[in-house]
Design a protein around this ligand. Structure first.
Ligand SMILES: NC(=O)c1ccc[n+]([C@@H]2O[C@H](COP(=O)([O-])OP(=O)(O)OC[C@H]3O[C@@H](n4cnc5c(N)ncnc54)[C@H](OP(=O)(O)O)[C@@H]3O)[C@@H](O)[C@H]2O)c1
Length: 388
């Protein structure tokens, strides 16, 4: 019962803050004069005061990017923008006309506000009209699939839309394409992920990632099999023997099933994460009920830390092992060791942004390894790859 009262109080407070915030959001009429005349080289980071947006904004200068920051909450936005000394525009995704007006002054928007189930479409509708290139960090398969289906529209607008330019999926997409190219006519890609290759205290996921995970897991479980996304009852499991130890892996609905399909054309793609056991059935039962999902999202907001602290970012490493196999049974395997996923994301998103500003882009829906090649991930500090 105390939890319910706290939930209602929290909801009312959120409503008050949002109502207040909307009073000071930019409108189409008052904004144009203060924005850059020439859009070339101009980057807008939307969702800039979230955990990942902050990390990208702080690192932007290292990649020659001087962004304008944007987000829906004027107070949070102003506080962060003043802290880093960057210009800012409070902006709601619900105000299409103002979004378009603002985006017309930018060459690229880095869309860092999620869950993308709710945020991707309004931004995409606006970039199509404004003619602004778009990158995001979604790992939600249904969102990426919806973007893929708008490929012709993005081509027509002469913009590049490249989702998932973070840990999910830059290194995996690159490693998948790398092994796929070593085998003639590959029919299967299998990627194994060990998030605790080098463990670090406090290396948890951010609130935004946890809530985006709820959106993914609340939907039917789809896996890439023979060129189709097919609904399955349960994720598969497998084991590996390494130095006398048995390692357990569980299949996960990683975005590679859409993005690496586009990058490599390999028809069956399986991604597994090393973990002690599969998620219990009751978790799926809970997430698939609207009230259960909302309760979990509320708990995430209350009790999850913002994201991994700098010490964990510096220490943690992830191991990826990808294998491509063809119908004859020929295969190629390679390993990639990456830095901590959020730290990697700050760099990979900015590397892609810099490429776009340098004129390296292709119109339409695109994936990182398809446009920039399998060595793109090697530009990220701390990433190494070797053949096995
Ligand atoms: N692909 C990858 O490897 C990768 C890596 C990092 C992050 N991500 C994804 O990036 C997203 C952001 O992550 P995060 O760590 O920064 O999470 P976060 O700290 O929770 O920040 C989320 C940001 O999104 C904003 N937002 C949420 N819903 C919005 C809406 N309807 N309209 C406008 N703004 C909205 C939030 O603003 P308010 O505070 O006002 O709600 C906040 O600025 C998540 O979807 C996460 O999964 C992916």
């Amino acid at each position: 019962m105390p939890m319910t009262i706290k939930a209602i109080a929290c909801f009312l407070l959120t409503l008050l803050v949002t109502t207040h915030a909307s009073l000071t959001l930019a409108t189409a009429r008052d904004i144009s004069a203060s924005l850059p005349e020439d859009r070339r080289g101009q980057v807008l980071i939307y969702g800039a005061y979230g955990y990942t947006g902050k990390g990208i904004a702080r690192l932007a200068a290292d990649y020659g990017v001087t962004p304008v920051l944007a987000g829906r909450n004027p107070d949070k936005l102003r506080a962060f923008a003043q802290d880093v000394g960057l210009p800012y525009i409070p902006l709601s995704l619900d105000d299409h006309d103002t979004l378009v007006t603002v985006l017309r002054h930018f060459e690229l928007v880095m869309h860092i506000a999620g869950p993308y189930t709710f945020t991707a479409k309004p931004m995409l509708d606006a970039v199509v009209e404004a003619g602004t290139h778009y990158v995001d960090l979604t790992g939600e398969n249904h969102v990426i699939q919806a973007q893929l289906e708008r490929h012709a529209e993005f081509q027509q607008a002469n913009i590049m839309v490249m989702p998932a330019v973070g840990f999910d999926v830059v290194p995996t997409d690159c490693l998948n394409l790398y092994v796929a190219r070593k085998v003639s006519n590959p029919v299967e890609l299998r990627l194994l992920m060990n998030n605790e290759y080098t463990a670090a205290e406090g290396a948890q996921i951010s609130r935004g990632t946890a809530k985006s995970g709820l959106e993914l897991l609340s939907r039917p479980l789809l896996m890439r099999i023979d060129g189709q996304m097919i609904e399955v009852d349960k994720p598969k499991t497998l084991t590996r023997e390494v130095n006398g130890n048995t390692l357990n892996y569980v299949q996960i609905p990683w975005a590679d099933m859409v993005t690496s399909w586009v990058s490599s054309g390999v028809p069956t793609i399986e991604v597994y994460q090393q973990q002690a056991g599969a998620m219990p059935d009751w978790v799926f039962w809970l997430i698939r009920r609207e009230w259960g999902k909302n309760t979990l999202a509320w708990l995430i907001d209350q009790f999850f830390p913002e994201g991994p602290p700098p010490e964990a970012q510096e220490k943690r490493q992830v191991q990826l092992i990808a294998t491509a196999t063809n119908a004859r049974g020929d295969s190629a395997t390679a390993e990639m060791i990456t830095p901590e996923p959020y730290l990697l994301t700050f760099h990979s998103a900015l590397i892609v942004a810099r490429n776009i500003l340098n004129g390296q882009w292709e119109a339409g829906f695109q994936t990182p390894a398809k446009v920039y090649g399998p060595d793109l991930a090697l530009q990220i500090p701390g990433v190494v790859r070797r053949d096995l």
